[in-house]
Design a protein around this ligand. Structure first.
Ligand code: CUA
Length: 641
């Protein structure tokens, strides 16, 4: 048992709270304690204990020292957390900025073989058994116009879902299915506090979609959906006629926005592209909330209990349609909260909407089009716009493969007839840029340090790796008067968007907190079986054909080195990791049964599987956890029935 002593002995006291010891300290002490662990100790006990690696040499991010001012030397930390969507990979990725190192992947709508996300009991139910998804936009929860560090939200375009990520553990804890919605694309949380998260459905579909009205385009509609970001419940939907694309929320909580690219209401591409102008839809939250509360103008579709307002057709109290440049894609609100910038996609212009004029347009005092105060020409194929907090905008230009820096005030002056050129600089990007974002651009505290250009094609930028090429996320320094391209970052397909947040705003834990819906589930099971998850090892036969196995793990052993079931059983294994050591993850892999999941320090995780055939099957820990990690295993004995 001497090898286990290390887990208890070395703890460091910080601020009165006993913190778990570092992983390296754990490995070194336990490695030494194990008589035969000399080789392993040499491999892993390779340096100073708690200090960071050498800081000699190059300057850190943001300057100092010699070398490249933007490089992040070994042992130094990035200034920013970047949260990237993973597109059709269904995940979120955490990228350090400015190093552009990938730090972690957060599985969301996918099956992740490393962690078991998607197939463990909790995540299987969370995802409804679906193992693919298409994440496009990650946004974080807000308080008073900036990030509060609590949640991330991300869409699944494929199956019309919204997921929430806990930013303390960086894991998905809730998923909401959005009714009557196809191609849920743009999302945005309210920015005055964590209220609604708005979601746009992009694909117009028959309402209801029950096979009765598929050929009549007038029966098609799209939904603007409000989801409560705390409760993760759908609160209401507003039905509109056009295809909605990107989404935004203002800073006051009065409006949400959607770009609409098919005001024609067409169902073929030709029909969708017919008119020269499309619209920015503005949703009046106060009016919609009041109608829902008073049950006014509300319908329900099919057997859904979600209140729906049918706002198709003309402007009314709920939806205002502001004509903007053809086929708008992105809508982004500047850090002052005053202007919404819509990028034209099929027009070389962006439309700047003055949000302060919207109330007058709703009341009919001015025309909706009067809200557009500038339309600068920025290049061919503008898609999205980011901001530096100094009045400048950075628009991604897809066809030209450039980022255009322009000044908002000057664009407004030019619209008023003044002889000013709002365009400041265009910089080449490589190639075909889609989304763009800047550090803190979607908050009132945009800091003007970096722009991320998420390019759809890398062409000649990297070594050839076969027919599927990486994409290229480029880092641009915007802190000086000229934009400077400073990094090429290959990415696996296909990040769509990102937000980049100073590291001080995010506070992840190092040990699993045993809270949230996942632990509600485990605690309920354990209580029903009179089990103490943290210490009990027991096999409980739940029925003639099902068995529940509670098991602990502590490096380098499972609390149970064998258990017996019968052929034909459904077996559920629930593993609790007793280790209270930073980065000491175990896992549970049952050979030949397609079972593999992660159990972090102080975590519980579980999976259910069928056991059709008699025999002996070894289970083992797949995560390197100890000098005797390879020995961390046991036998499942399957008796003939
Ligand atoms: Cu536990 Cu490897």
């Amino acid at each position: 048992m001497s090898e286990k002593k290390g887990t208890d002995e070395k703890t460091t006291d910080t601020g009165g709270e006993k913190l778990a010891q570092g992983r390296r300290g754990f490995l070194t002490t336990t490695g030494l304690a194990v008589g035969a662990g000399i080789v392993a100790t040499q491999v892993i006990g390779c340096g100073d204990d708690d200090e960071g690696a050498s800081t000699g040499g190059g300057g850190g991010a943001g300057g100092g020292g010699g070398g490249n001012a933007h490089s992040v030397a070994p042992g130094e930390l990035d200034e920013y957390y970047g949260f990237w969507s993973g597109g059709q990979s269904g995940e979120i990725r955490i990228i350090g900025v400015p190093s552009m190192r990938e730090l972690k992947r957060i599985p969301v709508f996918n099956h992740d073989a490393a962690t078991g996300h998607g197939v463990t009991d909790f995540t299987k139910e969370l995802l409804g058994g679906r193992l693919s998804g298409d994440t496009h936009h990650v946004h974080l929860s807000y308080e008073n116009g900036t990030y509060d560090g609590r949640f991330g939200f991300v869409n699944d375009k494929a199956s019309a879902r919204l997921a929430r990520i806990r930013l303390d553990t960086m894991e998905c804890d809730r998923v909401v299915n959005i009714p009557h919605s196809h191609g849920t694309h743009g999302i945005f949380p309210q920015r005055h506090h964590t209220g609604y998260v708005f979601c746009n459905s992009e694909f117009r579909s028959p309402i209801p979609n029950d096979g009765t009205n598929m050929t009549d385009p007038t029966r098609y509609a799209a939904m603007h959906t409000a989801i409560d970001g705390e409760a993760m419940e759908v609160k209401w939907q507003v039905m509109v006629e056009g295809n909605m694309d990107l989404c935004a929320a203002d800073y006051q909580g009065k409006y949400s926005f959607a770009t609409c690219y098919n005001s024609e209401g067409g169902v073929t591409l030709e029909q969708m592209m017919a008119s020269d102008r499309d619209h920015l839809y503005v949703f009046n939250i106060e009016a919609i909330d009041a109608a829902v509360q008073q049950n006014r103008n509300i319908t329900h579709i099919g057997d859904s209990t979600v209140p729906v307002i049918d706002a198709r057709g003309a402007n009314g109290p709920y939806v205002l349609r502001i004509p903007v440049a053809k086929s708008p894609h992105g809508v982004n609100i500047d850090p002052t909260g005053r202007y919404a910038v819509c990028s034209g996609k099929l027009s070389p212009t962006v439309s700047v909407v003055d949000i302060e004029k919207i109330a007058q347009a709703f009341s009919g005092e001015i025309e909706p089009r009067d809200c557009v105060v500038a339309e600068p020409e920025v290049g061919l194929g503008p898609l999205h716009t980011a901001f530096d907090g100094h009045g400048n905008a950075f628009t991604s230009i897809f066809i030209d493969s450039v980022v255009t820096k322009w000044n908002i005030e000057k664009a407004i002056q030019a619209q008023g007839g003044e002889e000013v050129d709002p365009i400041i600089q265009k910089i080449d990007v490589h190639y075909q840029i889609g989304h763009i974002n800047a550090t803190m651009s979607e908050t009132k505290n945009a800091d003007g340090k970096y722009v991320i250009a998420l390019c759809k094609f890398s062409k000649d930028k990297f070594l050839n790796v076969g027919p599927l090429h990486p994409e290229n996320d480029q880092l641009i320094d915007i802190s000086g008067s000229e934009m400077q391209l400073i990094h090429d970052g290959a990415t696996y397909p296909e990040p769509h968007d990102c937000v980049v947040v100073p590291k001080d705003l995010i506070h992840p834990t190092k040990i699993q907190p045993r809270t949230g819906p996942r632990f509600d589930l485990y605690n309920r099971w354990a209580q029903g079986d009179s089990i103490n998850l943290m210490q009990d090892n027991r096999v409980i036969r739940k029925s003639d054909t099902s068995v529940r196995v509670y098991m602990t793990s502590q490096a380098p052993t499972f609390g149970m080195t064998e258990f017996t079931v019968k052929a034909g059983d459904t077996v559920q294994v629930i593993v609790t990791n007793q280790d209270n050591v930073e980065d000491l993850s175990h896992g549970f892999c049952m050979t030949h049964h397609d079972v593999n999941f992660l159990v972090n320090c102080q975590d519980t995780n579980s999976m259910t599987f069928q056991v059709p055939n008699p025999g002996v099957y070894w289970y083992y820990c797949p995560w390197f956890c100890h000098a005797l990690h390879l020995e961390m295993r046991g036998r499942m004995i399957v008796e003939p029935r």
